[in-house]
Design a protein around this ligand. Sequence first.
Ligand code: SAM
Ligand code: SF4
Length: 316
Amino acid sequence: MRLAVTDRCNLRCTYCMPENVQYVKKKELLSFEEMYRIVQLLSTMGISKIRITGGEPFLRKDISTFIQQINQLEHIEQIHMTTNGVLVGPHLTNLKRMGIQSINLSLDSINPKRFYEITRRNEFDKVMETFNALLEMGMPLKINMVVMANKNEEDIIPMMELSKDHPVAVRFIEEMPFNGSNSQKPMLALNYRQIIERIQTKYHSLLKLKDGANSTALNYRVKGFKGSFGVIPAFSRTFCGTCNRIRLTAQGMLKTCLYDEGVINLKKIIRSGTDDEEIKQLLLKAFNNRPANGFEAEAKRTLVSNSFESMSTIGG
Ligand code: SAM
Ligand code: SF4
């Protein structure tokens, strides 16, 4: 389960949100008590792995206490986090105590100028500090890079070099249309196959690694490299058959596919006093009606405007 704990963010990645993004009102966000109740309920139904995401998770006040609390739940076995890294510094020593087992750090360029052009904020140094600190403390680490034609293509190989010297998994993600703007652009100009080809041209022999049963990444290693790399066909959607993720947005919408528009408004249901058993039945129904793939989910969207929401409300 991916849990977006806030829609607020301290960066403005162009592929994720417009500069003047409209945040939802505070009272429209799930409270910690509401999130806890949903996680607890889902944990009794088979959810054992949670990814904390957002927006930027560390912008949510008291997030560390909340994570510690869900880590105490009987059936929760793994907690992971996706973060842009800017605010991680003060929490470094506390991450393990919170129960966080690994971090996905978003980094779309290792060139400060391009980083600024993509994120519209001058925070490159802080992210790199976080990267180095996490490596030093031995935190299992993945780097998320959204690959965009004409924007950060030149970063593919330098990013690969991070996995040469460090035990990190670099993941190249196809850009999706969830940028909160009024167009369905971008059209994918660089797909996962082309990304692999670029890497192969440079490094020749790539070892295919065994992908986890529900992995959304195709994973490889270059011989002699300490780390690995993966490509995520997030727009091509070749992994839908084995994906087992569910998502809870910051406003409390349950999504059984990233491309659906939300299948249950859990906030509304909770706030109207529905009891746990009834909620469980609704959840089961939603899981049973899960679309076959992201294309089917997208086709069912009924939102009148043809815009896609910002990924900051979904959590990636
Ligand atoms: N703020 C945190 C971060 O950036 O890591 C967590 C939330 S962010 C929405 C989660 C992930 O979604 C990030 O790795 C980000 O790069 C990815 N993402 C956001 N918008 C995307 C898009 N339009 N297409 C592909 N990935 C996207
Ligand atoms: Fe913020 Fe993450 Fe979206 Fe970038 S990708 S704007 S860091 S939520």
